[in-house]
Design a protein around this ligand. Structure first.
Ligand code: P6P
Length: 335
């Protein structure tokens, strides 16, 4: 039974323990967690608040912004500007990075986030979430977009908050993965999982099957084998899930195993994939690896990719280690 400690107690223990997380990083995580509580309040208003529908604008990806995308982004910016823990922030919803205003002290960290992932699910009341990634900033250097272009292995913390039947914060500071559930009566985050582990094998895959005709052969081969079930080469039946909200699909995988795939496809051959490296694939890759899983782009470990642009996309294959290794092997055989 997991000991029901608060997020604050966990972070204080991480300051004292082997992780020795610095005070500024502890403050950063507490500020992000508090911002996620405010986002949850807005998300949970639904049709009762003026939070549904579109904001009448587009983001850097050319995607129509939902009102909650903009609200969540503003909550994270306002919460993190003044604390002295950050040098700058980057968001899916902003073309360029946002430097901490000169009126506030500059900190040691860079925060990247997808403020509300899964926006297409907002109006239909399906789980959505906030994803965040933390990098170190080079002391004293000017903060530019280039400051953020560090590989996923440079992350010092990562996490997400899933706004679903429960509001759950999932976090790693590089010493495993822990989960906190929001106790709405106290308004505090209470630890509910202290050692998240992904089973190395699974019978559940997550992919948008409507794109099947556009996939590369290794992906088609892998999914065809899953669909062949007991009578096929895998010798077992598989189940499929696709929530179209990465946070919800990854949360299921961290909870019971599985493989999640958003591969390259020929609809937009010049794009390596749909998902974004810096604030979706890298933080989720960090969490999955810390929980004993794996995360590749089909060929390489996602966290070892050297970013060249703040909003660059990447193909994603992540989850149960043995399944990810199988898909990656199929890609290597096809080279
Ligand atoms: P599709 C949400 O828009 C997102 O970025 C991820 O959260 C999700 O996994 C994926 O896109 C869903 O994409 O093409 O199935 O709608």
């Amino acid at each position: 039974m997991t000991k029901r400690i608060s997020l604050t107690q966990y972070l204080i223990e991480q300051q004292r323990g082997e992780a020795q997380i610095p005070a500024q990083l502890r403050l950063l995580i507490e500020v992000v967690a508090r911002a996620c509580k405010r986002i949850a309040i807005n998300v949970n208003k639904g049709a009762l608040g003026d939070v549904l529908g579109t904001a009448g604008s587009e983001n850097v990806q050319g995607e129509v912004q939902k009102k909650l995308d903009v609200i969540a982004n503003e909550v994270l910016i306002e919460a993190n500007e003044w604390g002295g823990h950050l040098a700058g922030m980057a968001s899916e919803e902003m073309d360029d990075m946002h430097a901490v205003p000169h009126r506030y002290p500059q900190g040691e960290y860079l925060l990247l986030f997808d403020p509300l992932d899964g926006s297409s699910n907002i109006d239909v009341n399906v789980s959505i979430g906030t994803i965040f990634s933390v990098l170190k900033h080079q002391d004293g250097a000017e903060v530019t977009n280039e400051s953020f272009l560090q590989p996923g292995t440079a992350q010092v913390a990562a996490g997400y908050c899933v706004y679903g039947p429960q509001t759950t914060l999932v976090l790693t500071v590089g010493r495993g993965v822990v989960m906190f559930t929001l106790d709405r009566e106290q308004g505090s985050w209470v630890m509910t999982e202290d050692n998240v582990r992904i089973p190395e094998d699974t019978k559940e895959f997550a992919i948008n099957m409507s794109n099947m005709r556009h996939w590369a052969p290794p992906v088609k081969r892998y999914i065809d084998e899953c669909l062949a079930g007991k009578e096929g080469p895998r010798g077992k039946d598989f189940n499929m899930r696709w929530i179209a909200s990465m946070v919800a699909d990854v949360h299921r995988i961290l909870t019971r195993g599985g493989i999640f795939m958003y591969p390259w496809d020929k609809r937009e051959p010049n794009k390596p994939g749909k998902l974004r490296l810096m604030y979706e694939a890298n933080p989720m890759g960090f969490l999955v690896e810390q929980a004993g899983g794996a995360a590749t782009n089909g060929l390489q470990r996602i966290m070892e990719l050297q970013p060249t642009q703040l909003h660059e996309r990447v193909a994603v294959v992540l989850g149960s280690k043995n399944e990810v290794e199988r898909v990656t092997a199929y890609h290597r055989e096809a080279q």
